[in-house]
Design a protein around this ligand. Structure first.
Ligand code: PMP
Length: 284
């Protein structure tokens, strides 16, 4: 694979980042994941807008504009002949040399790394058959709206879910679901109302979530933006998650309780199809 590191396209085994990089030592960095279908980028401008927001919240310099970032994404897709999968982008604060808590001077160059990852996004088993969820306490920090690279707790929650026989974790705080360990959580109530949590510091503002909210409106679905409990989700007509790499993925069980008949719901399928169709249309 060819990867990108600070201006250079290099073979992955030749890529180098300093051991003093603050991304490595302190998780002082942010990231984005954009999906690729038919060799084209999905929701690219949304992801770059959120990258700027995350970087801004951490006073992290981003000396590349959208056009430069698009060129790098496209060049990696081309060099790796990527048809379907993701482009991962990571921006860290670099380092002034030593391990130090305070940020280095603004003249310290940040580290920008991008690489591609091939994956069957459309035909993958999870997206079509659905996934089983295990709930875990939400023990992440209090600024989950910033997309930082500190993903140890989400990794722990996914390992705990796997040990419980599930495919993924939903995180729970104060009796309500915040979001999935790497996606936003949704339910369709027995009354046919689509529910997902309101934006705040508690969750990541999902780019896929925003597009699915638009599609729900276009399909004249009733929508409520509010939190829901695990019990409400277990008793819902349908449940699903959204993220760049999973699109809209049905949830068929939560803590070993089947959602409805334990099969992907009809509205979930409709939204998945609509999201894929719209994404293909808008891809760049
Ligand atoms: N929440 C969390 C915690 C995530 O890690 C992700 C995926 N990066 C999402 C939500 C979904 O965001 P997006 O639709 O932009 O991929």
């Amino acid at each position: 694979r060819t990867v990108y590191v600070n201006g250079d396209y290099v073979a992955e085994q030749d890529a180098k980042v300093s051991v003093f990089d603050r991304g490595f030592l302190l998780a002082d960095g942010v990231y984005e994941v954009s999906s690729v279908l038919d060799g084209k980028l999905i929701d690219f401008s949304g992801h770059m807008q959120r990258l700027k927001r995350s970087a801004g919240a951490l006073e992290l310099a981003l000396p590349w504009d959208d056009e430069a970032l698009l060129t790098i994404h496209r060049e990696l897709i081309r060099r790796n002949a990527l048809e379907e999968g993701m482009v991962y982008l990571q921006l860290t604060r670099g380092s002034a040399g030593d391990r130090e808590f305070h940020y280095p001077g603004a003249d310290t160059p940040p580290t920008l790394v991008l690489f591609t990852q091939a994956k069957a996004l459309i035909a993958g088993r999870s997206g079509n058959d659905g996934i089983r969820i295990a709930t875990q306490p939400d023990w992440r920090w209090a600024r989950r709206d910033i997309k930082t690279v500190q993903l140890l707790y989400p990794a722990m929650a996914k390992m705990a879910a796997k040990a419980a026989g599930a495919d993924d974790a939903w995180l729970v705080e104060n009796g309500v679901v915040t979001e999935g360990a790497s996606n936003n959580a949704w339910i369709l109530t027995q009354d046919g109302v689509l529910v997902t949590r309101e934006l705040s510091h508690a969750i990541l503002p999902g780019i896929t979530r925003a597009v699915v909210l638009e599609l729900a409106e276009a399909l004249s679905l009733r929508v409520e933006v509010r939190a829901f409990s695990v019990e409400e989700a277990q008793n819902a007509r349908e449940c699903f998650v959204t993220s760049a790499s999973s699109f809209v993925t049905p949830v068929v069980a939560i803590d070993d309780i089947a959602v409805a008949d334990g099969r992907p719901g009809q509205v979930t399928r409709q939204l998945r199809d609509a999201y894929i169709e719209e994404s293909r249309r808008r891809a760049i």
